[in-house]
Design a protein around this ligand. Structure first.
Ligand code: EPZ
Length: 444
């Protein structure tokens, strides 16, 4: 398996570009199932999860027509050439739980769907009860059979409904995407109360509207949909990835660097910006004010970072997907920081790994106190999930000596060529096989 070998202690300087958003792209691609016309996407990142979604859509008869164009172009054109197959099998779903976002579109367009129920993962249980609540409210008959979700629309099709979609952790992003994608073709009016407000949901709604859907309120907790008979094709550019952008800002901060970050959706990151400001990270918008979803920002940081308190919440609160990266940065702040995880209370597998590097962390339930230390020390560490991997890379960039991050396949799910882009701005980071890593460094 691949590892990253990082020689820490080098300042990052130069330009880095943010890719299109993985978490926007996956429900957007699933929504290609909703029309008989061609759908073209631009700025789709070339990631393992994206390749899995292309494979899943092909299994469902929704083919990528521009095969001659490589994934590195970010351009994908899909068309439903065969609509008899509506079964998303376990072997794909188990590799990517976001496969669940084909459920709503399949139900709305083909009247049925069979999807392996996604299992849990290292950041916690990943129930789908809210997805099923919303789709049942639209009239779907849903049963669980041998680990599969088996869903069927009524003979006359789905019907609009007023749905409360909130759960004990607040709103659900992919649950909102599923219910929204189903409601656009349901008969009548749907109101989704306690809808997710994430920018990725706004991007999905905007694309559906461009396809002919009638949606208002997206980006707010109450979304209203007037069902339509059919949707037409579209050519859509995916929004920039706010989580990747936040990861690079943290990389500049933790190495006391000076990074210019392009295609940064800074206007979708106000809670993140607030916490960076509090920590002494200076983010200055360089290009025109009219481009705040694709801004160029210049990032520098105070020599010594300040401790902060942060709590993860649904958007517009601080995103759980940047919790681990912030924790890495705050390990070197001058004082005690406090991080509370309100979305995935178990999302702390990176705590033990950071401690191996000399971080001083104290976890009590869903809260971690980070007592800043003068330095981190390189060590072999184990990635456990996508954002924990990014956290360990950031820590390695700042640590004294060599850090070997194992199982970087987790990172490849959400970051394209992370090592190449960081090396381009001064990091000493290389990808190699764990077979090439000295024996001493593999005792993890
Ligand atoms: C999306 O996952 C993202 N993934 C996650 O990013 C992100 O962490 C999460 O939203 C929260 O922002 C994609 O967009 C592909 P949720 P999703 O449903 O939609 C509970 C990454 O690193 N819940 O918003 O699956 C759930 O357990 C990934 O890029 C229910 O209880 O997350 C959690 O506590 C990781 N019942 C909370 O709600 C449900 O039916 C939020 O989950 C659904 C969710």
């Amino acid at each position: 398996m691949d590892v990253f070998v990082i020689e820490g202690g080098r300042r990052l300087e130069g330009n880095i570009r943010v890719n299109g958003s993985k978490n926007a792209a996956l429900p957007l691609m699933a929504a290609a199932l909703l029309t008989d016309d061609k759908v073209t996407f631009r700025d789709i990142p070339d990631l393992a999860d994206i390749r899995n979604m292309v494979r899943l859509l092909a299994e469902l008869g929704c083919l990528r027509l521009n095969e001659a164009e490589g994934f590195e172009t970010g351009v994908h054109t899909f068309r439903n050439v065969e609509q008899s197959q509506s079964h998303a099998t376990y072997d794909i779903v188990r590799t990517m739980r976001a496969s669940i976002c084909v459920l709503g579109p399949l139900l709305a367009k083909r009247g049925q769907a069979r999807i392996a129920q996604p299992g849990g993962c290292s950041i916690g249980d990943r129930p789908v009860d809210l997805h099923l609540r919303g789709l049942r409210a639209l009239g779907a008959h849903i049963t669980l059979e041998q680990g599969d979700i088996v869903a069927k629309a009524p003979a006359g099709g789905l019907r609009g409904a007023t749905i409360f979609l909130g759960g004990r952790f607040g709103s659900t992003v992919l649950g909102t995407a599923n219910v929204l994608s189903a409601a656009v073709l349901a008969k009548g009016t749907t109101v989704i109360e306690s809808a997710a407000c994430e920018p990725e949901i706004v991007d999905l709604a905007e694309m559906l509207i461009a396809m002919g859907a009638k949606i208002t309120g997206h980006g707010s907790p109450r979304i209203r949909v007037e069902g339509v008979k059919e949707l037409s094709g579209v050519n859509h550019r995916v929004i920039a990835d706010r989580i990747e952008a936040g990861t690079f800002i943290a990389a500049a901060a933790i190495t006391n660097g000076d990074l210019t970050i392009e295609n940064c959706p800074i206007d979708a990151m106000l809670a993140v910006r607030d916490r960076f400001d509090a920590a002494g990270v200076n983010i200055r918008t360089v290009n025109g004010e009219d481009e705040l979803m694709r801004a160029t920002v210049r990032v520098t940081a105070d020599r010594v970072l300040k401790p902060v308190e942060l709590t993860t919440q649904p958007h517009p609160g601080f995103p759980t997907d940047l919790q681990a990266q912030f924790m890495a940065m705050l390990c070197l702040a001058d004082g005690n920081s406090v991080i509370t995880e309100r979305i995935f209370p178990e999302r702390f597998l990176h705590v033990a790994e950071l401690s191996r590097m000399g971080a001083n962390l104290f976890r009590q339930g869903a809260t971690v106190v980070i007592s800043g230390v003068r330095k981190l020390v390189g060590a072999p560490v184990m990635a456990s999930d996508l954002r924990a991997s990014a956290c360990l890379v950031l820590a390695g960039l700042a640590a004294e000596g060599t850090t070997v991050v194992h199982r970087v396949y987790h990172l490849d799910r959400g970051y394209d060529n992370m090592e190449g882009r960081l090396a381009n701005v001064g990091a000493r980071i290389t990808r190699t096989s764990d077979a090439n890593v000295p024996a001493a460094a593999t005792e993890v």
